[in-house]
Design a protein around this ligand. Structure first.
Ligand code: NAD
Length: 473
């Protein structure tokens, strides 16, 4: 199948771009041409931002319930097209189709439903002494998003922005753009007022930066790499706009000496290898007590048999390919660096997996004897590579967990809940899962340190899209 798209979505219409440039998307599975999208230009940004500014006057003054009704219709329409959405994302990103339906599409649906619920309970006005405190929408939001969970990362911004009364200009990553185009079709079909949602594509360095620089954009909500986040934060400072950043991670999963290893090991592999490791909150470092390393390596070698690598449309596949050749090569370079630095290759490696001559696959790879200064202990790989580090006692485990520039997520395994909770409190990250505690779409998501600033999802995510005014009486 080959898909061709030639329009941006601005001011309630599908329009031609001012640029002649296009971008080709390749299927992660067979490396063949899959889709073409138009690139936007700085002039298109100006058009989209002006449309959003105009729409803001009416949209922000509507009763919140009217805005939530539109959001609910968007949610319903996404649900109706969920098969199609999951399929395109599986082609683009490589996530196995069953997981794609459940996670890629499922999260987009819960982003919206949980935001609707949070918005129904938000305190838009309250009294503090002689002041009336009023929450007002911040204005026009520029949403810049990555490719790894492409629809979820848009809906995690779109839902709270629209609920709060903001209008939005979305610039997704070019590598996985099609679910965003489907979203524009949905927005158009349900009759969302023109200018409330605008979709534009283009290189981050040109189109993305133009959105960040714009004086008519009041807030940037960015998800992506820490490098791009730094550049965006610096550029946005020139117009003193609000910036929320959801960036990279190198999260630690601490196995304590009393952990239930029957549960912990399968969960640890899943928490690292989900979506072929292309997950910002992946638990990509496994911290284990020195005396248990041998046993844990053995258990990993047994457990890995369940992680079948293959075509993500085939039943039974647990690990599909990566998004692109660029990403595949980047991950392989990290595998070579682990070998060169003297880590022990427990399984996997940089070669193409057997029986898969085409596709951007990388074998699930586990290194042990990783030491704290190695690149594979410090840098985000964004592929299926797990680094095992050893520690002596709980204190050293926490020290290691906190020893990267990142602070996004983490895990602790112990049969003593209070001991695990004690460690969870000491880990400097925005999320920690105890004994594989499951993802909660109502809970705030975001990073400490260089994993970002601000929170997404549920009521905490909604808060980011308000200005707060105090009126003294
Ligand atoms: P990326 O930073 O290269 O690109 C993300 C988006 O930003 C794209 O739309 C890109 O075009 C745009 N962009 C890049 N440079 C820009 C600039 N200077 N100005 C404006 N826009 C710019 O990231 P990616 O490769 O698409 O995604 C992978 C990264 O995203 C990983 O590092 C991952 O950890 C991170 N991520 C973080 C979260 C989170 O919630 N913390 C979630 C998903 C992904």
């Amino acid at each position: 199948m080959e898909l061709y798209f030639d329009k941006l979505y601005i001011d309630g219409e599908f329009v031609n771009s001012h640029s002649k440039e296009t971008y080709n998307v390749f299927s992660s599975i067979d490396e063949e041409f899959y889709a073409q999208i138009p690139m936007g230009s700085p002039d298109d940004v100006t058009g989209a931002v002006s449309a959003a500014r105009r729409a803001f006057i009416d949209w922000s003054s509507r009763p919140i319930e009217s805005r939530l009704e539109y959001l609910d219709r968007i949610r319903e329409a996404i649900e109706k097209r969920s098969d199609e959405i999951s399929e395109v994302i599986t082609h683009e990103v490589g996530m196995p189709i069953g997981l794609s339906k459940k996670i890629q599409c499922g999260l987009a649906l819960t982003d919206i439903s949980e935001t609707i619920q949070a918005a129904r309970n938000v305190n838009l006005e309250e009294r503090v002494g002689n002041s009336l405190i009023v929450r007002e929408p911040i204005g026009v939001v520029g949403a810049i998003t990555p490719w790894n969970y492409p629809l979820h990362q848009i809906t995690a911004k779109l839902a709270p922005a629209l609920a709060a009364g903001c209008c939005i200009v979305v610039k997704p990553a070019s590598q996985a753009p099609i679910s965003a185009i489907i979203l524009a079709e949905i927005v158009n079909q349900i009759g969302l007022p023109p200018g409330v949602f605008n979709l534009i594509f283009g290189p981050g360095s040109e189109v993305g930066e133009e959105i960040v620089k714009s004086e008519d954009v009041d807030m940037i909500s960015f998800t992506g790499s820490t490098n791009a986040g730094r550049a965006i934060g610096a550029l946005a400072a020139k117009t003193v706009k609000r910036v929320t950043l959801e960036l990279g991670g190198k999260s630690a999963n601490i196995i304590l000496d009393d952990a239930d290893l029957d549960r912990a090991i399968g969960s640890a592999l899943n928490a690292c290898f989900l979506n072929s490791g292309q997950t910002c909150s992946a638990l990509s470092r496994l911290l284990v007590p020195e005396k248990l390393v041998g046993e844990i390596e053995g258990r990993i070698l047994a457990e890995i048999k369940k992680f079948v690598v293959g075509n993500p449309f085939e039943k039974g596949t647990r690990i599909g390919p990566l998004v692109s050749q660029v990403q595949q090569e980047r991950v392989r370079r990290y595998i070579f660096s682990g070998i060169d630095d003297g880590a022990k290759l427990v399984l996997g490696g940089a070669e193409q997996p057997e029986g898969l001559s085409k596709g951007f696959y990388v074998k699930p790879t586990v290194f042990s004897k990783v030491t704290r200064e190695m690149k594979i202990a410090q840098e985000e790989i964004f592929g299926p590579v797990l680094s095992i580090l050893e520690y002596e006692d709980d204190e050293e485990a926490v020290e290691l967990a906190n020893e990267t520039i990142y602070g996004l997520s983490g895990g602790v395994w112990s049969q003593d809940f209070d001991r695990a909770l004690g460690l969870a409190r000491k880990i400097r990250t925005g999320q920690v899962d105890i004994n594989g505690g499951s993802f909660n779409p109502k809970a705030p998501f975001g990073g400490y340190k260089q994993s970002g600033s601000g929170r997404e999802l549920g009521k905490y995510g909604l808060e980011e899209y308000f200005e707060i005014k105090a009126i003294q009486t």
